[in-house]
Design a protein around this ligand. Structure first.
Ligand SMILES: Cc1cc2nc3c(=O)[nH]c(=O)nc-3n(C[C@H](O)[C@H](O)[C@H](O)COP(=O)(O)OP(=O)(O)OC[C@H]3O[C@@H](n4cnc5c(N)ncnc54)[C@H](O)[C@@H]3O)c2cc1C
Length: 483
């Protein structure tokens, strides 16, 4: 297993291909290093007794102890631990764990590449196993690049007026393929060692060139990581707090005729399996959401309860009701993830696959409630998070006494603790990172809300419920209507 220092050393050696704030930067740029803080925790916490059991696993291919973020789930327990680890780290870093993208995509590819080989006699699973060995041995960080730009939403990939709106193969060579296109909203791609690419959607018979999955180093020639930063509000060092390091870089990841060698390809033209790969990744990622959304919920409800105490309103009926509501949202989502793990099944490859219904209803419930959770926090904190003077004013000897005096709430709580609590609320309610990752990703990450409805309705046995209704109504259930 690597240390966080070794991870950063690895990034430093990569070719600069990140575009941010008008310049092309390397991975030793302070903004990239800062954005990687959550990922670094996944390395630094492996020896911490509180996290070790969650953050490490035994590789099913080498028998070695590995970081769980490189593990292929083999059991119900693995899925439960992945979910718990995700929740705990989100709480500890005050944001998105970010490294889930790689583990979710690796698990999806493991099961589906095996199925493709069984059907078509290809050797994608062998390619995958070779890559997995390298991935685990080097404790790599992978970004997951699934979402295409998609251009005209009403047109299929092959019907787009610009064929590059979905990433596709533009040239086939004996030793590999050349791809062109762009994957968007790629969380942490600027500080990932490798990019994992899978299709975004089901592909039709004439969309062979779009049915492509592969792994490629993130600094490969022809790849451009066009980044956007989102961080917690800057503070004076004297008033630093763990939340200050929360942030990320998102990337518009351009592939301008990038060569992918055969041994890095996991799907190439088997159109009927493209949708399966897309949905399998979404399933793993929605299961991860049943860990991270309760983790974010912990941060929101903890802040709400802390401020309610400092304001001396914690015994008020409407506050108690809101706290109970926040707990219910977080724990129902978490419970759905547990159910999804307990009711999981084994793919033919041996990879453990979460239950579709429970993972999707959990993710759906989280997405529907994310703005509601922030609404409740905002109600409890009052307006101060939006207007609180910055840390320079808090520290300015001329006016500090006023800031301290007028941010103070009930007796017995120091001005500094009051100020710190409201600054945390300010980061959550007005910070750019919370709007990117907590709110917009809370709705769209892992697929827009309608995609969960489609997954639920596509897998749920609604007919069995219709038969219950018919039985109760005294309507005959014909044999062909029974399952
Ligand atoms: C902060 C953040 C981080 C993310 N991280 C990653 C990542 O690391 N890797 C990754 O691959 N993806 C990532 N995503 C992408 C995420 O999965 C997508 O945002 C999501 O799938 C929606 O796609 P879109 O943003 O293109 O929205 P759109 O597809 O444009 O959706 C907008 C609306 O249009 C509707 N719509 C779109 N197409 C149709 C259609 N054909 N018929 C009917 N309605 C339609 C949608 O239902 C939705 O209501 C991230 C997203 C966010 C916000």
């Amino acid at each position: 297993m690597r240390t966080q220092e070794q991870y950063l050393e690895g990034l430093k050696k990569m070719r600069p291909n990140i575009y941010l704030d008008g310049e092309c930067i390397g991975r030793d740029d302070p903004r990239v290093v800062r954005a990687s803080s959550a990922i670094r925790m996944t390395f630094s916490l492996v020896d911490n007794p509180e996290y070790e059991d969650l953050l490490t696993a035994t590789s099913h291919i080498s028998g070695k102890k590995i970081n769980r973020f490189t593990h292929i789930h083999q059991s119900v327990d693995d899925l439960l631990k992945k979910q718990e680890m995700t929740r705990k780290i989100c709480g500890a870093c005050g944001g998105c764990v970010q490294r889930c993208m790689g583990i979710d995509m690796m698990n999806a590819i493991s099961g589906v590449s095996y199925d493709v080989d069984q059907k078509y006699g290809t050797s994608y699973y062998q390619n995958f196993l070779k890559f997995l060995e390298y991935f685990q041995e080097n404790d790599l960080v992978c970004a997951g690049s699934q979402t295409d730009t998609k251009g005209d939403r009403a047109a299929r990939p092959s019907q787009q007026w610009d064929p590059d709106q979905y990433l596709h193969v533009v040239e086939r060579r004996p030793d590999g393929v050349v791809v062109r296109g762009c994957k968007v909203h790629n969380t942490m791609a600027p500080y990932a060692d490798e990019l994992l690419i899978v299709p975004t959607r089901v592909m039709g018979p004439d969309e062979k060139d779009y049915a492509i999955a592969f792994a490629i180093p993130a600094d490969t020639e022809g790849i451009y990581l066009i980044a956007r930063e989102a961080f917690s509000t800057a503070r004076k060092p004297e008033m630093d707090a763990p939340i200050t390091s929360a942030g990320d870089l998102e990337s518009m990841t351009v592939f301008d005729d990038v060569f992918i060698p055969n041994e890095r390809i996991f799907l190439n033209g088997e159109v009927d399996m493209a949708g399966k790969m897309a949905l399998r990744f979404a399933l793993y990622h929605r299961h991860s959401y049943t860990g991270c959304k309760p983790g974010i919920g912990d941060v929101i409800m903890g802040t709400a309860a802390l401020i309610a105490d400092y304001q001396n309103i914690k015994k008020q009926g409407h506050v108690k009701e809101k706290l109970a509501e926040m707990i219910s949202v977080a724990e129902l989502v978490y419970a759905a993830g547990i159910a999804s793990a307990v009711k999981s099944t084994k793919a033919a490859s041996g990879t453990q696959v979460p239950n579709v219904i429970y993972a999707n209803v959990g993710r759906r419930h989280a997405g529907h409630n994310i703005y509601h959770e922030f609404n409740m926090l905002c109600d409890i904190t009052g307006g101060l998070p939006a207007t609180i003077p910055g840390t320079a004013e808090y520290l300015n000897p001329e006016i500090s006494k006023y800031v301290q005096k007028y941010v103070t709430r009930r007796e017995g709580i120091s001005p500094e603790d009051c100020y710190r609590a409201f600054m945390l609320a300010s980061d959550l309610l007005t910070g750019e990172y919370s709007t990117v990752v907590f709110q917009v990703a809370g709705v769209h990450g892992g697929g827009s809300p309608i995609m969960e409805d489609i997954a639920i309705l596509g897998s749920y046995d609604l007919n069995a419920k219709v038969n219950i209704a018919k039985h109760l109504a005294g309507i005959e259930v014909k044999d062909e209507e029974k399952k």
